[in-house]
Design a protein around this ligand. Structure first.
Ligand SMILES: *Cc1c(COP(=O)(O)O)cnc(C)c1O
Length: 352
């Protein structure tokens, strides 16, 4: 820390991304990326777009907005496009929360929410999930506070029904409810249609998981035109050209080949169920995931011990050194071959 850092940030604990070690080639099942490459059209459009890299990108991102609007059955004015969904989450905490507008989220969820809450020195509360890691809906109904919920949740993979989401949104009309749907394409129910009925709902999505574009940094949000305008105000006050040309081109191309991505999601869901069954046969407790990962533990081996043993065999999973979940590991679902290697490694470690 330099002596120049503002007092505001001295105690801030930054987000720690999943490790990306470079010492050897790992089977990467630790950061919920897609094991599949982007579609051919993405590659082609990026190559074409390179010829215009000397020009700034469209700050309104209108072409991609229109395509996303068509895809999700909303209007372009209902869409905000961001540099990864982390950016729209950041902008939302900045725009809608302050000392007199507290925010709540589950105690076990995406770690970035707490970082944003600390970054802006907000009044916030981490509401404990139930013993089985489900969200207690009544903890969120009529509470008069801003709410952020990942659905499906990470790292548990558990999902909430649309009717329960509606209860939360409709009972807090004076507050914004942000539903982070980073994993919705793997079997969850999207709340996008509720954005037409409730103007206090913002649904956040990303190209990083189901659309094989974590490296391109592209996210977006769907909500009422007023909410989107507020987010645009923050964007034009920080970084008007937040999406680069290549990413815009890639994002549009991916929507033109949406079948490729929905097929990939089907494969991931199949591989998830396959892996869950194998793990259960080995005695693991596996949560009912609707995401592209599993959250599992075993009485036969500690969470950290399994993580380290897998790493020494060249397989990375995500272990969280955190109360309540330290006996678990989060395992990203990859290709069938990757999952077979994973299961084989687990069998070897357990001596079975
Ligand atoms: C991965 C993830 C994000 C961030 O995704 P980016 O679009 O890559 O920034 C947001 N929320 C949750 C719950 C995630 O798991």
């Amino acid at each position: 820390m330099s002596r120049f850092l503002s007092d505001r940030f001295k105690a801030l604990e930054a987000y720690v991304p999943g490790e990306q070690p470079k010492d050897m080639k790992y089977i990467k099942l630790n950061t919920n990326e897609s094991p599949f490459p982007p579609s051919g059209l993405v590659y082609k459009r990026i190559c074409e777009e390179i010829e215009k890299l000397e020009l700034y990108p469209d700050p309104e991102v209108s072409g991609l907005k229109q395509k996303l609007a068509d895809f999700y059955g909303v209007l372009p004015e209902n869409i905000f496009i961001s540099n990864g969904s982390d950016e729209i989450l950041n902008f939302s905490f900045m725009a809608f929360c302050d000392k007199s507008r507290p925010v709540v989220f589950p105690d076990i969820t995406y770690g970035f929410y707490k970082v944003f809450a600390d970054l802006y020195a907000l009044d916030y509360e981490e509401i404990p999930l139930s013993g089985d890691f489900t969200v207690n809906i009544s903890d969120y109904t009529g509470i008069g506070k801003n709410i952020v919920i990942a659905n499906p949740n990470a790292p548990t993979g558990l999902s909430i029904s649309l009717s329960d989401i509606e209860k939360i949104v409709s009972s807090n009309p004076g507050n914004i409810v942000i539903i982070d749907e980073a994993y919705v394409d793997f079997g969850g129910e999207s709340a996008v249609k509720l954005t037409k009925k409730y103007n206090n709902l913002l649904v956040v999505m990303t190209y990083s998981k189901s659309r094989s574009m974590a490296g391109a940094r592209l996210g977006f949000g769907i909500g009422s035109a007023e909410i989107i305008k507020d987010l645009e105000k923050i964007k034009y006050s920080t970084n008007p050209y937040n999406i680069n040309r290549l990413t815009i081109a890639a994002g549009e191309a991916a929507l033109d080949e949406s079948e490729y991505y929905s097929d990939n999601c089907k494969k991931i869901i199949e591989n998830r169920e396959y892996t869950a069954n194998k793990l259960k046969k080995l005695g693991f407790e596996v949560l009912d995931s609707k995401a592209n990962f599993l959250f599992a533990r075993s009485d036969k081996i500690g969470g950290k011990e399994l993580y380290l043993a897998l790493k020494s065999k060249g397989i990375l999973v995500r272990h969280f050194e955190k109360d309540r979940i330290r006996e678990y590991n989060r395992i990203t679902i990859g290709t069938k071959e990757q999952m077979d290697s994973f299961i084989k490694a687990v069998c070897g470690i357990l001596g079975e």
